[in-house]
Design a binder for this molecule. Structure first.
Ligand code: ZN
Length: 360
């Protein structure tokens, strides 16, 4: 059996399992058990895009949900779940003991304001957005999209490919084109390796890669939809009830910084958000979900009330409020085999997995 048919067989078994759990009522039962516990499931999203943008974006696939899928998700959770604000997640419960969910967006992309918020508002669902003040109102300010831009420019010819591969090897990474498993896998593999570089090495690699692409002369400028919200848009969202939290000043991976740099990321971002919005900024989301005991203690020391990580789990009111788990949602954790939103898949990727993890 070759690799493709093995992959297809794996997919088939997974679909079979997901739909067996759904049709037998087991995922629904897990959902009821979690609802009875009164704990909160915090969902993380990054980008909600129109179909055309979803197919051309430089953002990694694990960050993308299509607009139609997001709309169907809201319709579904609007019926059976209670959507809570992060600031008063454990307030009095609605009648009926529905499961409690909170919806958060990381990075402050333009589409969060233009596409996701209007839909959430239509269903009267509160959302929170974690932003990096130094990266507000910028086109493609995060390194993954910049690297993908160069990688795609390199894929046009063999000479460029080998130059880019040399650059990666010099940074201690594998040759990105050696996987032979398709462009998407190649991109994901490269990004996951780059994440482990130190902050300085990472910055150096991104700069050198972009220099190289400028030298090639055809690094296309990213589309405008690959940008972040400006302050006026953030003020408007805040006035319409959106919670705005800090995601650090520059989206630096805090575990790779010196103590003084960690302090600056936490203090400056909080101060800038408070100055612009005129109210305390108490929520924090660790960039990349990366935290250490020192980083966590700094978040407490500099006056945040709650901090969120990227590992899945339940938000329990009597647990550490500075390591609140979140479930990342992307298109693949929401759609079924026919490419549409599937309650079976959503229930599986959130409620069933959390139920199993909690050992309830
Ligand atoms: Zn982020």
């Amino acid at each position: 059996m070759n690799a493709t048919s093995l992959e297809n067989l794996r997919k088939l078994i997974r679909w079979g399992w997901v739909y067996f759990l759904y049709l037998s009522g087991l995922t629904y039962w897990a959902r009821m058990r979690l609802a009875a516990s009164g704990e909160v499931i915090v969902l993380t999203l990054h980008r909600v895009l129109e179909d055309a943008e979803a197919s051309t974006t430089r953002s990694p696939s694990g960050m993308i949900v299509k607009k139609q899928t997001f709309h169907e998700l809201l319709k579904y959770i609007g019926k059976g779940c209670e959507i809570v604000r992060l600031e008063d997640a454990f307030g009095p419960r609605q009648a009926g003991g529905k499961p409690r969910l909170a919806i958060t967006f990381d990075d402050g992309w333009k589409d969060t304001g233009a596409i996701a918020f209007p839909l959430a508002e239509q269903y009267r669902m509160p959302i929170a957005v974690f932003v990096c003040p130094a990266l507000v109102d910028k086109v493609s300010p995060f390194w993954p999209e910049r690297i993908i831009g160069v990688l795609r420019a390199a894929s046009a010819d063999v000479r460029r490919k080998s130059q880019f591969a040399d650059l990666c090897r010099a940074a201690g990474l594998d040759d990105p084109s050696s996987s032979h498993r398709g462009a998407q896998i190649e991109e994901e593999k490269l990004l996951s390796q780059i994440k482990n570089l130190s902050a300085r090495k990472l910055q150096k690699l991104v700069c050198s890669a972009e220099q190289l692409a400028i030298h090639w002369g055809n690094l296309e400028a990213p589309d405008q939809f690959e940008g972040t919200l400006c302050w006026e848009e953030l003020i408007r969202l805040h006035e319409q009830g959106v919670s705005i939290g800090s995601h650090s000043q520059n989206h630096a991976i805090l575990t790779q910084l010196e103590e003084s740099e960690v302090a600056a990321e936490l203090v400056e971002s909080k101060a800038e958000i408070e100055r612009v919005l005129g109210r305390p900024c108490t929520l924090f989301a660790y960039p990349n979900g990366s935290w250490s005991e020192h980083v966590r203690r700094s978040v407490i020391e500099f006056g945040y009330a709650r901090a969120f990580i990227n590992a899945p789990g339940l938000w329990k009111r009597d647990r550490d409020q500075y390591l609140i788990p979140r479930v990342n949602l992307w298109e693949g954790s929401l759609i079924g085999p026919f490419g549409r939103f599937s309650p079976a898949v959503f229930l599986y990727s959130t409620f069933w997995r959390l139920y199993r993890q909690a050992g309830a």
